[in-house]
Design a protein around this ligand. Sequence first.
Ligand code: PRP
Ligand code: URA
Length: 210
Amino acid sequence: MRVHVADHPLITHKLTVLRDKNTPSPTFRALAEELVTLLAYEATRGVRTTEVTIQTPVAETTGLAISDPKPLVVPILRAGLGMLEGMVKLVPTAEVGFLGMVRNEETLQPDIYAERLPDDLSNRQCFVLDPMLATGGSLIAAIDYLFDRGAVDVTAVCLLGAPEGLAAVEKATEGREVTIVLGALDEKLNEVGYIVPGLGDAGDRLYGTV
Ligand code: PRP
Ligand code: URA
């Protein structure tokens, strides 16, 4: 598994505002989108491309085009939806599939409650969006789901991660082509499975309490 933790003052600045409990939802949503666009730059470093020949006004030259099949972006509902626009802004030709998952707050086990994805993901590069990698249970279930459908590699973009969750994902995905791109790697999980210092409940802060 490849892990990239962002190290850029603009990202840290935006994350600091995001973490602040006094930051209201509209600002939180705007920042989540901006952060994903910045992280997507690194996350797409391995996107598959094909050489193409084009004609500039001056000469013929070769360049790169994103290969077919196009990358598939998979936001994990609910909170991952807040990252979708920021991602497709950078990769507008990507296709989008949806996975709805909720973590049982007693057992911390994930449950898939909705799915709208192509049946066959053979040869597909997938980009999973979920702001929080806490115990890693949700991300492991999402990655398993995509590989079971034939995906060849999966990159997850998360705003914050906990060391415990990162280790769990690494163990569960051994031998698979998985990359994790994080805005920051936080200190730990607390006794109820929340990231510390974290930012609280990402879904609630984006869309309100359910
Ligand atoms: C949050 C978050 C992740 C999951 C992370 O979703 O968006 O999907 O928890 O926790 P884990 O790493 O321990 O699995 P939540 O279940 O709160 O649903 P929501 O997005 O609908 O708020
Ligand atoms: N889900 C969240 O939204 N926040 C956490 O800190 C952990 C899981």
